[in-house]
Design a protein around this ligand. Structure first.
Ligand code: SF4
Ligand code: SF4
Length: 441
């Protein structure tokens, strides 16, 4: 299979070299964790613990409260202090989190039975994934069991595993593919069994030749294919990944299942392996802590609910006089946060501390109708037109012109020579539009 890609997109400086050589290590156990009830897409979980209650590592502390919701488990052994409001890195405002103070080392409560995935029935795999609170670890945090349970009329014939990691700076999926390739492949085989599909393809960008080599070795004899993708942002976005690999086009407002595909991330496949064969619920994840304004960028495995500040300390700290902004995620799709004492959630794949030198404050100018944003948009939108509507509060017109198809990838903003904050305006316009329409699209 040759180099595969999609139309549009951009190629920002990759900056992977800052952290790609850092092998995964376990972060020290945090003294306190903050586990958000909204640690996934959909309805927040219902807490199952009381203040003062002692909990074990892996013990269920929150129950999925709807179809699109996920269980929560204690990331440490300790005592529940209560439920507090703390700044949520995805919601961008304070939200409820279960606060647990650690007491000593881990005493685990594992999921049973633990056995090779081959010994699980397909429905048991889906149930275990649900029980383990596994959500998409690529950032979207959509409950994985829901993606594995499409409506009967949707015929799925292909599983795509996303190993693109197109976001600049982040190298956590790369390290996972180098260091956990066997486990990832067992997770993929379990997902194949759960979905009942015959075909699975792992897509990896061609700037990760060692990962491609490792995954090819690990998939030998399994029937799983490895597709080499052109390095281009946002190659790892679901619709672009599906198009690059299959040339199938997910319709406007549609989902991958509308074209017979389910997409999962490599980190999610690893979590599936751990849940089935080691009985571990999702209480930790691999994360890149990077950027020019930290001393020694690293990749670590950290407990969910650890404060970002504690992970930044592991890099030797922030270069205070150089820091421009702290981002949960990478610079393209991530969210800038106002401080560093904010807990990581299940979807936090990176913390990027940008320096002033690489992220200078940018003055913006009027649109010069150059069309660069149109060329860059992988969703075939006209960002400069959307921007006119969005900034003039003509939200219905913006929606008519595809505002809701914008996946907020930031390619248009990156390409704009006038430095217009297009994606920021689109995010705000969507928010206002949803509020005006009573939360509905
Ligand atoms: S309009 Fe939306 S989808 Fe298109 S490039 Fe801009 S942010 Fe990405
Ligand atoms: S790239 Fe910027 S200046 Fe060029 S058309 Fe788009 S919004 Fe206007």
């Amino acid at each position: 299979m040759g180099l595969l890609t999609f139309r549009g997109g951009v190629h920002p400086p990759e900056k992977k070299e800052l952290s790609e050589h850092s092998a995964l290590t376990n972060a020290p156990l945090p003294e306190v964790v903050y586990v958000f009830l909204a640690n996934h897409a959909g309805v927040p979980a219902k807490p199952l613990v009381e203040p003062g209650q002692h909990v074990l590592t892996g013990q269920k502390i929150g129950e999925a409260a709807g179809f699109i919701s996920a269980n929560l488990h204690s990331p440490v052994t300790g005592v529940v202090k209560g439920i507090e409001k703390i700044y949520h890195p995805v919601l961008g405002k304070p939200d409820s989190a279960i606060v647990i103070e650690r007491e000593g080392e881990d005493t685990w409560q594992l999921l049973e039975p633990r056995k090779p995935y081959e010994e699980f029935e397909p429905q048991e795999i889906v149930e275990r994934i649900k029980e383990a609170g596994i959500v998409g670890l690529g950032g979207a945090m959509f409950p994985t069991n829901v993606k594995l349970s499409p409506p009967k009329e949707k015929k799925i014939d292909l599983l795509i595993i996303n190993g693109a990691e197109c976001e600049p700076y982040l190298t956590v999926d790369y390290r996972m593919m180098l260091e956990k390739s066997q486990e990832i492949v067992r997770g993929v085989l379990a997902l194949i069994k759960a979905l009942g599909v015959k075909k699975a393809i792992i897509g990896i960008e061609n700037n990760k030749p060692k990962a491609i080599e490792e995954i090819k070795k690990a998939t030998k004899g399994t029937g799983i294919e490895v597709a080499t993708l052109k390095t281009k942002y946002p190659q790892g976005a679901e619709k672009q990944l599906i198009y690059a690999i299959t040339k199938r086009v997910v319709p406007s407002g549609g989902l991958p299942m509308d074209v017979g595909v389910v997409v999962q991330n490599v980190g999610t496949a690893f979590a599936v392996y751990e849940a089935l064969e080691e009985g571990k619920p999702l209480i930790e994840r691999a994360i890149t802590v990077t950027g020019e304004a930290v001393r020694e960028p690293i990749n670590v495995i950290a407990r969910i609910g650890t404060l970002a500040s504690k992970l930044i300390e592991l890099t030797g700290g922030i270069k205070e006089d150089e820091v421009d902004r702290v981002i949960f995620g990478g610079p393209m799709m991530g969210t800038a946060v106002p401080r560093v004492d904010i807990p990581i959630v299940k979807g936090t794949s990176g913390i990027t501390v940008m320096s002033k030198e690489v992220a200078p404050s940018r003055e913006s100018y009027p649109c010069i109708r150059c069309g660069s944003c149109v060329k860059a948009c992988p969703m075939y939108l006209q960002p400069f037109v959307l921007n006119l509507y969005a900034t003039n509060r003509l939200y219905d017109k913006a929606v008519e012109n595809g505002l809701m198809d914008c996946m907020e990838c930031g390619s248009c903003s990156y390409a704009c020579p006038a430095n217009i904050e297009l994606v920021k305006n689109f995010k705000l316009a969507k928010k206002v539009y949803r509020t005006l329409k009573g939360g509905k699209r």
